[in-house]
Structures are given as structure tokens and as C-alpha cells.
Design a protein. Structure first.
Length: 275
């Protein structure tokens, strides 16, 4: 199943993608749906239909309890950077106000000229989980989506902690839809980021050092994972900050973030007005 959150008449509603239609499910977003224990049968139900090509995507989950991101998680990228493979995942968080829909504008903050892209596989939690084993982790994953962990590098690197460069308002595309685990390809999926048609990142999610199951198990030892929580699994090589010369996003550029089988986020960058 493919599930999305769309904007309709000033509200949001969760939908199921059904061929060329989107079927309204009567709840405000995919996160609200996942918080219902019987979400799979509710999501299979019927409701008002809308044409797929008319959809205005909201962030897939509009109000997650947590968005947890992982740094340094693609084997090739870590080795090419001359680092050793990490023993533990690097974790940081984003606030929900950073999330945007699959076709919304990425706001380039007025205070920075160093905004970068990070194509990532996002895991969406479908059941409450605490101290879950790696073997049981697939059972609490609702499915997968595309996320771009847009990063403001000068702010990120001001201190050892990255938070301030990772959670700028209206910066992080999440969508276009959740592909449920049973229909998601994996673990090998092509992941890519293009800027104005130029391929910047191209890798395979099979190259992750810490798999979705490993991350779910690890994080669930720290905190209870709730339905609708998002875990973003890290980005492969090819970010603008690591290029020579360095390259950053500019007003009017289009960022396309895609993962095989999961669709794409296509976002135009807009410089924030400082007045
Ligand atoms: Zn990232």
C-alpha cells in the first residue's frame, strides 16, 4: 500500500494511492492513521476519491512525536572519506517544523549561503516499540519514504553538536508517500539526488552500515518509538559541502530526491526574505 498526507481545503487528510486515484481515509495524516492499532484494515477502506495528479502533498507525517536522524551511515562514503566504520550510530534530531511536503519549496535561510542536500531513506514506525530486538524490528516498521536532510553547513559545523544546522524551519522534504513494508523493495534500492538535473548523489541503500532494523532496535533501547515516528538513515557520498569546489543550493534551483520503488520529492529552493 502507498499512503500519503495531502492538503485539501485548508486541512490535511491521509489518503491511499489507488491507481490514478487517492482515496481519503478520514484521518488528518498518516501519523494519525498509524496510531490506530487497526491501521492496515482502515487504510484499505473506501472513501472520497481525488485524482492523483491533483494532489498537494503535506509532510507525510505532520506531527511526529520524534524525527531521529543518523549521520555517517553509508559504507563507501565513510571509507572514501578515510574514516573507520563506526561502532555506534551517530544520532541527532529534527523538530517537526522543519518538515515539508514532497513538492513544497525548500526555504534557504536568510542567515546562510551554505545549504546542502542529503538524500536519505526514511523509516516510518507503525507500532509502539521499546527494547525491541533486531529480529522483531521489521514488525514495528510501517514502511519507507524519501527524505532530504537539507543541512545548513555553516550552522551545523559551528559546534560539535549538529542540531542547529539540521532543523531550520521548512527545510526537510518527507514524502511523497509511505510504501508499506510488504510492498517496499529492499534492502537494495537505488537512491539519488539531483540538483537542476545534475546527479549529485547516486548510491544503493544496501550500503548502509546500520540497517533499518539495527537502528530501530538501537533507538528503542534509548526511548519508546511511537507510531508515526520517523528515522532518517543517513546519506551517501556526493554532498555539496564535500565537493571541490564546494557547492551549495541557490534560489530557484530544483532538488529531486528519489529512491527506487518509493517515488521522489521534487522541491524548488526559495531564499528567505530577511525583511
Ligand atoms: Zn543526514
Amino acid at each position: 500500500m502507498k499512503l500519503a498526507t495531502v492538503r485539501v481545503d485548508g486541512r490535511t487528510v491521509a489518503v491511499r494511492i489507488d491507481g490514478n486515484d487517492a482515496v481519503e481515509l478520514g484521518v488528518p495524516d498518516v501519523g494519525s492513521l498509524l496510531r490506530m492499532p487497526s491501521w492496515r484494515s482502515l487504510a484499505a477502506g473506501d472513501g472520497p476519491r481525488r485524482p492523483l495528479d491533483s494532489l498537494d502533498y503535506a509532510p507525510l507525517v505532520t506531527n511526529p512525536d520524534k524525527v531521529i536522524c543518523v549521520g555517517l551511515n553509508y559504507r563507501n562514503h565513510i571509507l572514501e572519506m578515510g574514516r573507520e566504520l563506526p561502532e555506534h550510530p551517530t544520532l541527532f534530531a529534527k523538530f517537526r517544523s522543519s518538515l515539508i511536503g514532497a513538492n513544497d519549496e525548500i526555504v534557504l535561510p536568510a542567515v546562510s549561503a551554505r545549504v546542502d542536500w542529503e538524500a536519505e531513506l526514511a523509516v516510518v514506525i507503525g507500532a509502539r516499540a521499546r527494547h525491541v530486538s533486531e529480529a522483531d524490528a521489521p514488525g514495528v516498521i510501517a514502511g519507507y519514504a524519501v527524505l532530504n536532510d537539507i543541512s545548513v553547513r555553516d550552522y551545523q559545523n559551528r559546534t560539535l553538536q549538529w542540531l542547529q544546522g539540521k532543523t531550520f524551519e521548512h527545510s526537510t522534504p518527507l514524502g511523497p508517500w509511505l510504501v508499506t513494508s510488504d510492498e517496499s523493495p529492499g534492502p537494495s534500492r537505488a537512491i539519488r539526488c539531483e540538483v537542476d538535473g545534475e546527479i549529485m548523489q547516486e548510491a544503493d541503500t544496501a550500503d548502509l552500515v546500520f540497517s533499518p532494523s539495527t537502528l530501530v532496535a538501537y533507538i528503542s533501547r534509548i526511548v519508546t518509538l511511537e507510531p508515526g515516528d520517523v528515522i532518517s538513515t543517513g546519506t551517501p557520498g556526493g554532498v555539496g559541502h564535500a565537493r571541490n569546489p564546494q557547492r551549495y543550493l541557490a534560489d530557484g534551483e530544483t532538488v529531486v530526491t528519489s529512491i527506487e520503488g518509493l517515488g521522489e520529492c521534487r522541491n524548488v529552493c526559495r531564499k528567505e526574505r530577511s525583511d
